[in-house]
Design a protein. Structure first.
Length: 539
């Protein structure tokens, strides 16, 4: 495989074979089924943590988070105890789209996360669900926005559940939500078809965030489909609509293109949350500022609540949760640094734990070397020993050294430990009165195991067993486009996808693109944060 060929990529955010396979067996997805029958499929392993910003940044750069610098929805720097909301400008190093465009290839990317603000050197861009609002310039070139809104006047960024009924208990809110998902699929398809007509394209990607949104909102009905047959049928209908959209897109795809269908992570049941900062406080590793004053305030509020003079605790907890998510680390977690030895700075799926190191943190308390190594071993042992009070099983599947998961750390922001919860749980950084929260009903959350489908001339049919990773897609696309692979990419070419080995060439690492973490205004940050809260990413 030496000649360059176009690549047509379809992103199905959060897609999992655990859901797609039953739908394929039932005949609900004939378009995807045809790709499975003629092409190759694999379980695509995401990155740690398997969360949208880290995953899609890794896909676009072919690098693990330590190199590109994006671990979560916020970028945390332990050298300042500060964080900022993530955006496309936080990604260190050139993306796949920038490398293709620089080489003279014609590129279009529709609705992919981590593309706002639209990078000016990444081809034609319509940014994804992290776009703050339609008033923002969310396309490149900027004039494309007017064309898009003229053709789709009711264009919207993303469907979300009814804030008054986030669990979709009512039939009317459930129906409105699923209908909005289908409308989003339709609009994303229309944008892509409009741009595809401007071809030919060397690389084209259309991304559907709606699959992830639908699963976040309806996973309890997917997981327990026998108990909710009518709602399961409605979810099946939305996936059938998606499959019809894929059929139209594939008919318009560049001729002889390599077709790649992929997800950034998988999906599964969500049964509870873990709050390791609360454990660290109980164990004496973490100290919060103003604890005595906080106790006095809680006592006074309790007395006033009894008298009916202040709001009750449920409302206060909701307000605290909102404040934790909308404010930066320093205000959300007001720690007394001289009494803190370890803390979890970032967490939505996994927990990113840092030692309060002398010479790195401004008010470090732990010395590098023997003291730090001893403390890391102690914390790892204690966290791995934490048991679920309900079944006695371990609550952390792993507590991995950051240097093991992220061997390269040019930005100096690598966590010291990564807390991987057992399946069903997620980790949160909130400092609350409890360290575990079991959900009364099953929800949905991310898993490492995503999906990959490849189809087209020269693709090897069948199930691929060689361990494909999300970071492997960038070098594979570059080779398909006839370009060399930068030496600093962590991913490999998925040679097993092809009947003939591809010709692989390497090039020196590309010059890094300067990271600009503070790309969003305060108002834009608040808008995106509220959307993420509505989606269940930020609770």
């Amino acid at each position: 495989m030496s000649a360059a060929r176009p690549v047509f990529l379809i992103g199905l955010d959060g897609a999992t074979w655990d859901l797609l396979d039953p739908l394929l067996s039932a005949g609900d997805l004939p378009t995807l089924g045809a790709l499975v029958a003629s092409g190759g499929r694999a379980t695509l392993r995401s990155v740690a943590p398997p969360i949208t910003p880290a995953a899609w940044s890794s896909f676009m750069t072919g690098k693990r988070p330590g190199k590109h610098g994006v671990y979560d929805f916020r970028v945390y720097d332990p050298r300042s105890y500060c964080d900022t909301f993530v955006s496309s400008r936080a990604v260190r190093g050139p993306t796949l789209w920038e490398l293709l465009t620089q080489a003279g290839r014609r590129v279009a990317v529709v609705n992919l996360p981590m593309m706002y603000p639209p990078p000016p050197r990444a081809g034609t861009v319509v940014s994804g669900f992290d776009t703050p609002s339609l008033s923002a310039v969310f396309t490149h070139p900027a004039a494309l926005k007017a064309r898009l809104l003229e053709r789709i006047p009711d264009y919207f960024i993303l469907p979300v559940t009814d804030p008054g009924d986030p669990a979709l208990e009512r039939d009317d809110s459930f129906e409105r939500f699923v209908s909005a998902v289908e409308r989003g699929i339709e609009q994303r398809m229309q944008v892509a078809l409009d741009l595809l007509a401007d071809g030919p394209w060397d690389a084209f990607m259309i991304h559907f965030q709606e699959t992830d949104v639908l699963q976040h909102g309806t996973w309890r009905y997917i997981a327990d489909r026998d108990r909710y047959p009518s709602r399961w049928e409605r979810v099946r209908g939305a996936y059938r609509r998606l499959d019809r959209a894929l059929a139209e897109l594939l008919r318009a795809a560049p001729p002889a293109a390599l077709v790649l269908v992929l997800s950034d992570h998988g999906f599964g049941s969500h049964t509870g949350r873990l709050f390791p900062n609360s454990l660290l406080r109980q164990w004496g590793y973490l100290s919060r500022r103003g604890q005595l004053r906080a106790r006095l305030r809680r006592w006074l509020r309790k007395q006033l609540a009894v008298l009916g003079l202040v709001e009750r605790r449920a409302a206060r907890v909701e307000a605290w949760a909102t404040r934790v998510r909308e404010e930066g680390f320093g205000r959300a977690l007001p720690l007394r640094w001289r009494g803190t030895r370890a803390y979890v700075a970032m967490a939505e799926i996994y927990g990113l734990l840092y030692l309060n190191l002398r010479g790195r943190e401004p008010a470090g308390t732990v010395s590098l070397g023997v003291e730090a190594e001893r403390l890391l071993g102690e914390l790892r042992a204690r966290l791995l020993a934490v048991k679920d009070p309900r079944d006695g099983g371990p609550l952390f599947a792993d507590v991995a050294p950051g240097e093991l998961l992220y061997p390269d750390d040019p930005l100096g922001r690598r966590p010291d430990l990564v807390l991987v919860p057992r399946p069903g749980f997620t980790v949160h950084r909130d400092l609350t009165h409890r360290w575990i929260d079991h959900y009364p009903a099953v929800a949905g959350t991310h898993r490492l195991e995503g999906v990959l489908l490849a189809a087209g001339d020269g693709v090897r049919p069948g199930v691929l067993q060689d361990g494909a990773e999300l970071i492997d897609l960038a070098p594979t696309v570059l080779v398909t486009a006839g370009l060399p692979i930068p030496e600093d990419m962590d991913g490999r070419v998925l040679a097993e996808l092809f009947t003939e080995p591809p010709v692989i060439r390497h090039a020196p690492a590309a010059a890094p693109v300067a990271a600009e973490e503070g790309a969003l205004s305060a108002d834009e940050t608040a808008q995106v944060t509220r959307r993420l809260q509505a989606l269940g990413y930020l609770e």
